[in-house]
Design a protein around this ligand. Sequence first.
Ligand code: GLU
Length: 409
Amino acid sequence: MNPWENAQQTLKQIGEKAKIDPNLINVLLNHDHKIEVELPIVMDDGETKTFNAYRMQHNNWRGPYKGGLRYHPQVSLDEVKALSMWMTIKNAVINVPFGGGKGGIAVNPKTLSKPELERLTRAFARELAEYIGPDKDVPAPDVNTNGEIMKWIADEFGDKAVVTGKAIADGGSEGRTEATGYGGVYALLGVLESMNIKPAGLTAAVQGFGNVGTYAAELMVKNGIKVVALSDSKNTIYSNDGFDNIMALVEAKSKTGSLANAVKELNIECDIMAVDDVLNIEVDILAPAALEMAITKDNAESIKAKIILELANGPVTPEADSILNDKNITIIPDVLANSGGVAVSYYEWYQNRHNENWTKIQVLEKLENQMKAAVADVLAISNESNLTLREAAYALAIKRIAEAKPENN
Ligand code: GLU
C-alpha cells in the first residue's frame, strides 16, 4: 500500500459510513492538475544531476490550491496525490478559504550544499511560476523545507503572497513556525475538555523531533503534560520524569546531530532506545509527528496510548485505524490535529494582502480559537452521527466543500 492507495481507501470507506453523496467522493478521488517536471541541476562539482519534482493541485472550490512543498527522497507522485487531497479536506475542516495542493522534490536536501539547494529550488520555482500565484496556488513549507526556501520561490515569482511560511523579515507571520505543533496541542486540549480530562499529569510520547514535534512537546510541557518519550530518525529517548526543557534539546540536537547526543551534552539521565520504541510506550497520548504510515497493521496492536494525536499527515494506515478504533483509542485525525500550520498560513496570506502585521499574541489567540472551533464542529458531528473523529472531520469537510461547488461543475 502506498499513501495514495490509503487515502483513496479512507475516502471511500468514510463516504459509505457517513452516507456522503458518491458523486462528491468521486470528485475528491480525482485531482484537477498534475505538474510533474524533471529538474537538471549543475552540482558544485560540475556534474549535472536530475531531480523529479511534482505539484498536485487537487481541488479549488473553496479557494486557491494551498499546501506545502516537501524535499525528501521518498517524495513520489502518489505521495503528493495523497497529501494534496488531505490538504483539501484539512483546509475545509479548519475553515480557511483554500483548496488543496501539495508538491515536492525527490531529494535528500541534507546531501546538498546551500548553493545547490538554492539552484534546485529556484529551478523548481521557475517551472511552477505559471501555475502558482496568490489567487491560484500558494505553496508553503513541509518536511525539510523552510522560510529560506520560501523566500527563494517568492523571489523568483516576484510577489511575497505567493508563498506562506516565510521568515518574519521576508513578510512571514508571527507564530507560523510554532503553528502546527501548537495548533495540535490546542486541538488536544479541546478534545480532553470534551472528555472531562485535565491535561496536567497526563503522559505523552512524541515521534519526530522536527518543527512540528518540538513545538507540540513544548506546549504539552507548558500545560503540565509529562513528555516522557521523544524520538528522532535515529533513537527514542525515554525518561520517567519527563523532559522539561524541550527547546534546550532542540538547540543541543542541532549542535550535536541527534537526540541521543543532545541528552549526553545536557547531562540528562534517560534511556536511549530504538527508534520505533516510541510507539509502544505506555502513555496517555501518543503524537506521531514524523512521516505517513508510521502506524500500520503490523504495529497497531502493540500501541498502549489512550489518545493518538496525528501531527504528521497520514501517520495511521486505514488497517491500523480500524485496529486502534477496536481498541477504543481516540484518534485526533491529521486533517484536524495538524491544521494549525495552514491556519496561520492563511493569517500570513491575509496580512500580506492587507498590509497588516499581527502580534504573536494575536496570532496564537486566533489560532487557539480557530482550532477549538474546529474541534467543537467535529465533535458535534461525531456525537450526532456516531462517527469517529476522522469520519466526522471528513463529513464536515466534504459538506463545506460541496457548499462551495461552482455553478458549472
Ligand atoms: N505543510 C503544512 C501541512 O501539511 C502546511 C501547509 C500550508 O501552510 O500551506 O499542513
